[in-house]
Design a protein around this ligand. Structure first.
Ligand code: ITT
Length: 219
């Protein structure tokens, strides 16, 4: 059993469809650091989520990057969705000649144990390396050091596409305005979206690693 710590039921639906391990949702809104990269946000989120639940957790930090806007909204995607809304993101993007975009996501896993990270070129493995110097310096007791250095394993996924006028009813978030190969993500069912999406790709890498770790542990 893995706990997916997220307030977003859409993410959980996709993970349940993808993973063979049972997935439980805990809607804990862990504090998201304001950072320019998803990996840092996800790694810190996984540590906070593990401290909250005390068991194996995954978190997912994801976003839409629009090329004409130099990657914006990226890590600010949730904020932009809540404030502007996806219709207005489309209204802004339609003024641009280049409407290419990508969904990017990082799934971060933490279970409190010092699992051996498997070096793989597809994964960004940064055990402890995403700590700011000040965070290390601020950790004064052994316990605090251990907390801030909880190993986290990161799995990335990216899918290129195009921003279009909203179409489709499925999915969530920016799905209606993100087109891949002639259809928006909101015009696909969960299985079709998982087969190509950033989250599906990250979950595939996670599942492969997780199953291998379990097999090595004899579980
Ligand atoms: P949690 O942080 O609680 O997991 P959240 O929805 O706030 O939930 P993020 O902080 O990662 O998640 O923000 C991601 C934003 O990008 C949010 O606006 C999502 O709707 C959007 N997003 C992420 N993956 C998406 C997908 O597969 N399809 C459409 N929109 C997506």
């Amino acid at each position: 059993m893995i706990t997916f710590v997220t307030t977003n039921p859409g993410k959980v639906r996709e993970a349940r469809e993808y993973l063979s391990t049972p997935v439980e949702q805990v809607a804990f809104d862990y504090p998201e650091v304001q950072a320019a990269d998803l990996a840092t946000v996800a790694a810190r989120g996984a540590r906070a989520a593990y401290r909250h639940t005390g068991g194996p957790v995954i978190v997912d930090d994801s976003g839409l990057t629009i090329d004409a806007f130099d990657g914006f909204p990226g890590p600010y995607s949730a904020y932009v969705q809540d404030t502007l809304g996806i219709e207005r993101v489309w209204e802004l993007a339609r003024r641009e000649d280049d409407r290419s975009a990508a969904f990017r996501g990082v799934v971060a896993y933490c279970d409190g144990t010092a699992f051996e990270a498997t070096p793989e070129p597809v994964d960004t493995e940064r055990r402890g390396q995403d700590l700011g110097v000040d965070e290390r310096a601020g950790a004064t007791t052994d316990e605090q050091v251990a907390e801030t250095e909880l190993p986290v394993r990161l799995f990335e996924g990216v899918v290129p596409g195009t921003v279009v006028a909203p179409r489709g009813e499925s999915g969530f978030g920016y799905d209606p305005i993100f087109e891949y190969d002639g259809r928006t993500f909101a015009e696909m069912d969960t299985e079709e979206k998982n087969a190509i999406s950033h989250r599906g790709r990250a979950l595939a890498r996670f599942a492969e690693w997780y199953d291998r770790e379990r097999a090595a542990d004899g579980e």
